[in-house]
Design a protein around this ligand. Structure first.
Ligand code: 6PG
Length: 243
């Protein structure tokens, strides 16, 4: 996998690299097209980055009405559930900004997953009606099994070549998920993997150093149509990487 890799020695540096990369891409997008479409990832890792994006210093940098927020995946739970990716980002980031509510495009985890996936695809198509259909930046995490978004090993969504939104299921908990698919993710102008922790070091080394070998972790399918993915990782996650 062609990849740009930024390794941070401390949590503070990791957050700084992530915020700097995201805000640079936001500035570029707004200069070139007048808006910035950002796809948020879920799980635990990105939370401090979201909190840093909500800092006064960053708040002063942007006209937040030009930011448009989407999600890469969502658990099929209500938006106020502790498991909700929307809830995590709302509390850590969105509630501290002046991003208009109409700019926040939530996946509806509380309704039937197939219906939610269809509605979200319609919402994406409506957003890009008079624009080139591609997100500016998508944030992704990686699970210990090499999944990204909710593209878990073996799920049917991995085979989706046309639709941008599909359904999935967590392999252990069985929890239904809504997820963007490879066509949606790889079409993004910029893809940023945010990964921390030694428990991810084996899977990160395999994804980056052996992109075409088995096991074919789902994250290996994230190649990026325009730019190779940007990896922002800490030294622990980079521990087994041959750079
Ligand atoms: C989710 C995420 C998922 C996450 C990875 C890593 O809904 O859980 O979208 O893809 O990024 O599972 O999760 P952690 O950051 O919590 O390790």
């Amino acid at each position: 996998m062609r990849a740009n890799i930024q390794v941070a020695a401390t949590e503070e540096e990791w957050i700084h690299l992530a915020v700097k990369t995201i805000t640079n891409q936001a500035t570029q997008a707004i200069q070139n097209r007048g808006f910035f479409s950002l796809v948020l990832s879920g799980g635990n890792t990105p939370k401090p980055v979201y909190q840093a994006l909500a800092s006064d210093y960053i708040q002063a940098m942007f006209d937040w009405s030009k930011w448009f927020i989407f999600w890469g995946d969502e658990r099929c739970v209500p938006p106020n559930d502790d498991e909700s990716n929307f809830r995590m980002a709302k509390l850590a980031f969105l509630d501290q900004t002046t991003i208009p509510q109409k700019n926040i495009h939530r996946m509806m985890g509380e309704i039937d997953p197939i219906n939610a996936a269809q509605l979200y695809e319609e919402e994406i198509n409506k957003f890009f009606l008079k624009k080139e259909k591609r997100f500016d930046t998508i944030l992704l995490g990686v699970g210990n099994d090499g999944h990204t978004a909710s593209l878990f090993p073996g799920v049917n969504a991995l085979q989706e070549k046309k639709h941008w939104v599909s359904i999935s299921q967590h392999p252990d908990s069985g929890m239904k998920r809504i997820t963007l698919t490879y066509p949606a993710i790889n079409q993004s102008r910029n893809i940023i993997f945010l990964v921390k922790g030694s428990e991810k070091s084996n899977v990160i080394a395999d994804i980056i150093n052996n992109p075409n070998n088995d096991p074919h972790y789902p994250a290996k399918g994230i190649t990026g149509k325009e730019n190779p993915p940007e990896w922002i990782i800490d030294t622990a996650a980079a521990g087994k990487l041959k750079i």
